[in-house]
Design a protein around this ligand. Sequence first.
Ligand code: SF4
Ligand code: FES
Length: 255
Amino acid sequence: MAEDHKTIRMIVQRQDEPEALPYEEEFEIPYRKNMNVISALMEIRRNPVNAKGEQTTPVYWDMGCLEEVCGACSMVINGKAMQSCTALIDQLEQPVRLEPMKTFPVMRDLAVDRSRMFDSLKKVKAWVPIDGTYDLGEGPRMPESKRQWAYELSKCMTCGVCLEACPNVNSNSDFIGPAALSQVRLFNSHPTGAYHKAERMDALLDDGGLQNCGNSQNCVQACPKGIPLTTSIAALNREATLHSFKSFFGSDYQH
Ligand code: SF4
Ligand code: FES
């Protein structure tokens, strides 16, 4: 079959270690039907020879679930940040150009350190506090209309694509970014999570919080999970006004 002789051209931005300079390396690998970017990278790993026929080191990248749930495999593919596990070779123009996301420090080749995003989630207490020492029974019920939008927000896989798309997230800024903001809305909406709402809002009004959003709207277009990030940010802005008002005048009402 003609297909057996087809090849895929890939240009990979490589970096041997965090402080090293990046360089490009081209590969030509055998084509198979239905390949995704990860299966192409695995082919390079199996036979690490570049397009000049020179032996090289296997390309390094991160992955976990292989089904667009863990967010670990995000990279910039032909100029667009996305998940390499669901990026199909047949749908990409060649040469396929792979680069690491630029918003996060590069660990090696295509693998980046996403700690910035996890640190932001810690800063805003993006969790529901529960005492794990005894069985609490069933959790409190949520109204169905709220549960539906909260479920959409819960699909965030901390992939980092929205931070990569945002012009205000970079190494010169401490902006926590759209993902963490949206998670504040999610955890504030939970009946138990709401106990920490005031602390989360204080964190959002602090440096790197809500006021750093420039409303470019890039995040909502980039999110692979279709999370309504700008709706969350607008809702939080309204909440922040209310929160500042309550903090100024004092109130017993915390929900
Ligand atoms: S909000 Fe969307 S783009 Fe941002 S980290 Fe979560 S899943 Fe990724
Ligand atoms: S490997 Fe988990 S999202 Fe791609």
